[in-house]
Design a protein around this ligand. Structure first.
Ligand code: GDP
Length: 299
């Protein structure tokens, strides 16, 4: 499958290295622990997740869930699946209100593409979708988004370049309500360099959205580029300070060996990974399923 193919490089480095190290030891001893820790630390899962997995491993050995080195990798697989699964229940909006989803992230991570893919996904699942071009700073952003809107046959609300992003949100939420839209996807500016401006802008957009639709935005998804490894995690922490996040979209998992970053994102941010991007095409976004992901990584 596309997921398995996408994760091949991550599997080939991260998982293969773990297996090689562990199975190189006849018994579980301090040397094995040291070697395994070194492998985990040089992968993209981060220090915190490494510590967590090492603790889990020692616990597993102590309570005899792990009896010899053959048990280590399957045990780690389960730990990783559980870790990814924590708090992963999706937000179920039981109301009839338009579900407003803000898409945030720095430029280049795949925000525009993700919005196009989400539009296609929701439409395919019987939802009425609308897009709001809330990144009024980059003219190219609205243009690209318009192409995606045409491609997926979804209406788009946009203003001229340099317009107030909150005004776009005001128009879009009003229009979405009037037209019985189910899902409103809102693009946002990705200028993290001007953190306080961005914070102010996103807050204003949220305020305006909730004025027209109670509880909006119901979701704020941060888009992160998996190929940037641990940089994605630092970016996520910064964004978390700017705006309350409900989930992460991890793009470009195809063709990177840094897929382990997904664990780091999950553990260090405490927000669930909701979607993963495994290619540039409109169908290359999938809801994140922890068990499926762990299976694809280990099998
Ligand atoms: P934005 O600046 O954040 O809006 O980024 P774009 O949506 O324009 O995407 C930047 C580049 O990343 C484009 O070339 C996309 O085709 C590519 N891209 C986005 N998502 C994925 C993905 O999941 N896999 C791959 N391989 N490329 C992606």
């Amino acid at each position: 499958s596309k997921l398995r193919k996408g994760l091949e490089k991550t599997k080939g480095s991260f998982i293969k290295n773990i297996e090689t190290v562990v199975l190189g030891y006849a018994n579980i001893d301090d040397d094995m622990y040291d070697d395994l820790e070194a492998v985990l630390l040089t992968s993209d899962i981060g220090v915190e997740t490494t510590d967590y997995l090492m603790d889990m491993l020692r616990t597993g050995v102590k309570n005899k869930s792990i009896r010899d080195t053959n048990d280590v990798v399957p045990y780690l697989q389960k730990c990783i699946a559980d870790l990814l699964n924590e708090n992963a229940e999706s937000i179920d909006s039981h109301s009839d209100a338009v579900e407003v989803i803000f898409i945030v992230g720095v430029n280049g991570v795949g925000k525009t593409t993700t919005i196009g893919k989400l539009a296609k996904y929701y439409k395919q699942h019987g939802k009425k979708v609308m897009i709001a071009a809330g990144d009024t700073f980059r003219a190219a952003a609205a243009e690209q988004l318009t192409i995606w809107a045409q491609r997926t046959e979804v209406p788009i609300i946009k203003h001229r370049e340099g317009a107030d992003a909150a005004a776009v949100v005001f128009d879009a939420t009003a229009s979405a309500k009037a037209h019985g839209i189910d899902i409103l996807l809102v693009d946002t500016a990705g200028r993290l360099q001007t953190k306080s401006n961005l914070m102010e802008e996103l807050r204003k957009m949220a305020r305006v959205a909730s004025k027209n639709i109670e509880g909006a935005p119901q979701e704020t998804l941060l888009v992160l580029d998996a190929t940037t490894g641990q940089n994605a995690v630092s970016q996520a922490k910064l964004f978390g300070e700017v705006v309350p996040l409900t989930g992460v979209v991890l793009t470009k998992l195809d063709g990177t060996a840094k897929g382990g970053v997904i664990l780091s994102v999950k553990r260090e941010l405490g927000v669930p990974v909701r979607w993963i991007g495994v290619g540039e095409g409109v169908d290359d976004l999938r809801p994140f399923d922890a068990a499926e992901f762990a299976d694809a990584l280990f099998d």
